[in-house]
Design a protein around this ligand. Sequence first.
Ligand code: KDO
Length: 331
Amino acid sequence: MGFNLTRRAVAILAVAAFAAPAFAQDKVTLRMSTPASDTDQRSVALAEVFGPAVADFATYEPHYNASLIQQNSELEAIASGDLEMSIASAQELAQYFPEFSIFATGYVHQDADHQVRVFNDPLMDPFKKMAEDELGVKLLSVMYLGRRHVNLRQTKDELTVMTPADLAGVNLRMPGTDAWQFLGKALGANPTPLAFTEVYTALQTGSVDGQDNPLPTVVDQKFYEVTNQIALTSHLVDLNYIAFSKAVWDSLTPEQQEAVQAAADAAAESARLKQLQLEEDLVAFLEGEGLEIYEPDLAAFREHVQAQYLDSEYAASWPEGVLEKINALGN
Ligand code: KDO
């Protein structure tokens, strides 16, 4: 009996001895899915800044080119526990909460700093709470994607885009949610929904006339190989939120949560600076590749786009006073 007890005690101790360090070393895996490539600056910053900063307690596991979860399904995957992180657009959030369309509206955000001020302002609190409470998604930080412009296959001789009327009948690929499609329509184009990973081929084969994205994306995805012009419409100063599973967040210690938050902010800042620099540098590169780059009548675009939104069901969903607060945070 004594022998048995002793053996049992030893066995228990042995298990405990193995279990304790194993438990301490157990890291949470943070799967991140994005349609972006691994060379996109947001991907680079998350891999080089975010991942190492949380490495003590988490393994950052990125999946690029929508290889794990298809574009616009990431939030659902986080909500159901199949994913821990993504870089989510306001348009994706608007699928669940139409109010988020205010952050996806043309000519609302003015620049990268304005995005940060808006994200950190108390006006965002009810939006963040809604995503957390109803979707289980915590929005940690705001990443700058850049100014979206109209990038077409046609040469400028074939089609010069000065006003929204010039885009009539142009099949413009836009990402596949309603809020994105509405933006394409508001620009005056004929929006065509298509996943990001299919855009290059669609441009190459001519199944669409063009697409809209910031210059760093046009270069990263080599869209310049299959297009001839860019009209610098700057119709959306685009953003993505670093989205994080609330369930995972709640499982972390306060110190770990602090580290995750700081890591997300640092990654966003690093990506923002690089993306801004690229936007400046890439005009010359793209011109060197033979693209014609020019500024259309921006006032005409702004006026047209804003009028379309204000008259839409999207504007009806915006909480009172929020647009005014966003504008007041501008320059
Ligand atoms: C795109 O599909 O055009 C888009 O730019 C939309 C963004 O919200 C974002 O999803 C982005 O793609 C991807 O991160 C790839 O850059």
